[in-house]
Design a binder for this molecule. Structure first.
Ligand SMILES: NC(=O)c1ccc[n+]([C@@H]2O[C@H](COP(=O)([O-])OP(=O)(O)OC[C@H]3O[C@@H](n4cnc5c(N)ncnc54)[C@H](O)[C@@H]3O)[C@@H](O)[C@H]2O)c1
Ligand SMILES: CC(C)[C@H](C(=O)O)[C@@H](O)C(=O)O
Ligand SMILES: [Mg+2]
Length: 360
């Protein structure tokens, strides 16, 4: 039996995690695995219920589970709370830190059925399959910060800290991943300005000697942002620090058709955390408009990376491809001539295919 902590969170979080667990349960029935789902509170909803955005009970649940599935946190209702009580800085970041999930894999794959739907020319995105490996527990997000009053206004300080060891451990994950893929690693930094990026480049260059079979290049982040929309297929694995990875992965998501398509796996040396790359989308929450595919594919990543259930993971991914081939679309990826479905219907269609095993 696999114990999965489910943290639905805020906005569309509960809508999409409900579909992800439905699909995981279907995969369990088809392949003979038992998944036990236990829900915990996180984010704004947790603050409202307990006064804490990350209650101790939730942390305990996560630590005692085999993996964690998270929806999304945040929303305008909680934006003006003190920083330690906010859903993002007070819950999501501390959870990532507590689980020590330093390597965040964000695969951006263009499903064949969606190549025509992209805002880019189909030939630019067709067959695209890249992974952003984002450092997740360091950098500006976790550095010391403060605000001071000074004559005429305020002064803020944010600190960007990385150690050699923090860079090495995420870089090793990226090299190992590249070795299993097209053997190409692009390390993205801002080494023309930032000292942290100079250390980043030195560490990656040193490690490259251990991976002579992996072709390594270094790219400045501003150029990378441009290359991602100009010619994304030049990339295989993109390795970068926390903030750059946040921004580049939302950009990569749009190459696949929608932010609602991009899953993620946050890995360390213990319990893995799986979450769609998107946020709580308050603009569409509660209206059955959210695309659950990012959350469903995050479930597939959990089966692969935390449980080693490759067959079941691949079955979920094929079911998503099939449902899209059949012309079903949520609102965000809707095109003329296709069938628009709700969040729940999309989850049901995928789950049924997974369970029946009628796949292309
Ligand atoms: N992991 C997380 O919990 C996480 C990630 C990003 C943002 N956030 C938080 O979410 C809140 C909203 O942030 P935002 O609006 O900048 O980003 P967002 O990712 O929530 O939404 C950006 C845009 O993408 C659309 N979108 C996102 N997910 C979608 C889906 N599954 N299906 C269809 N459309 C989708 C939204 O409708 C919106 O137009 C903020 O409080 C932010 O801090 C949380
Ligand atoms: C909500 C926010 C703190 C988070 C991040 O920046 O890491 C989100 O944007 C993400 O990409 O997971
Ligand atoms: Mg983000």
């Amino acid at each position: 039996m696999y114990r999965i902590a489910v943290l639905p969170g805020d906005g569309i979080g509960p809508e999409v995690t409900a579909q992800a667990t439905r699909v995981l349960a279907a995969a369990g029935r088809r392949f003979g695995y038992e998944f036990c789902f236990q829900e915990g509170l996180i984010g704004g909803i947790a603050y409202d219920a307990t006064g804490q955005p990350l209650p101790q009970a939730t942390l305990d649940l996560c630590r005692s589970s085999d993996a964690v599935l998270l929806g999304a946190v945040g929303g305008p209702k909680w934006d003006n709370l003190p920083v330690h009580l906010r859903p993002e800085a007070g819950a999501l970041l501390p959870l990532r830190k507590a689980l020590n999930v330093y390597a965040n894999l964000r695969p951006a794959m263009v499903f064949p059925a969606l190549a025509q739907a992209s805002t880019l020319k189909p030939e630019v995105v067709e067959g695209l399959d890249i992974v952003v490996v984002r450092e997740l527990t360091g950098g500006l997000y976790f550095g010391e910060k403060r605000r001071e009053e000074i004559p005429g206004g305020q002064r803020v300080v944010e600190t960007l800290v990385y150690t050699t060891q923090e860079i090495q451990r995420v870089a090793r994950r990226a090299f190992e991943l590249a070795r299993k893929r097209k053997k190409k690693l692009t390390s993205v930094d801002k080494a023309n300005v930032l000292e942290s990026s100079r250390l980043w480049r030195e560490v990656v260059t040193d490690m490259a000697r251990e991976y002579p079979d992996v072709e390594v290049n270094h790219m400045l982040v501003d150029n990378c942002a441009m290359q991602l929309v100009r010619n994304p297929k030049q990339f295989d694995v993109l390795l970068t620090e926390n903030l750059f990875g946040d921004i580049l992965s939302d950009e990569a998501a749009q190459l696949t058709g929608s932010l609602g398509m991009l899953p993620s796996a946050s890995l360390g040396d213990g319990v893995g955390l799986y979450e769609p790359v998107h946020g709580s989308a308050p603009d569409i929450a509660g209206r059955q408009l959210a695309n659950p595919i990012a959350a469903v594919l995050s479930g597939a990543l959990m089966l692969r990376h935390s449980f080693g259930l490759e067959e079941a993971a691949a079955a979920i991914e094929r079911a998503v491809a099939t449902v899209l081939e059949q012309g079903y679309r949520t609102a965000d990826i809707m095109e003329p001539g296709k069938h628009q479905v709700t969040t729940t219907e999309m989850g049901r269609l995928i789950a049924e295919l997974v369970e029946r095993g009628e796949l292309v």
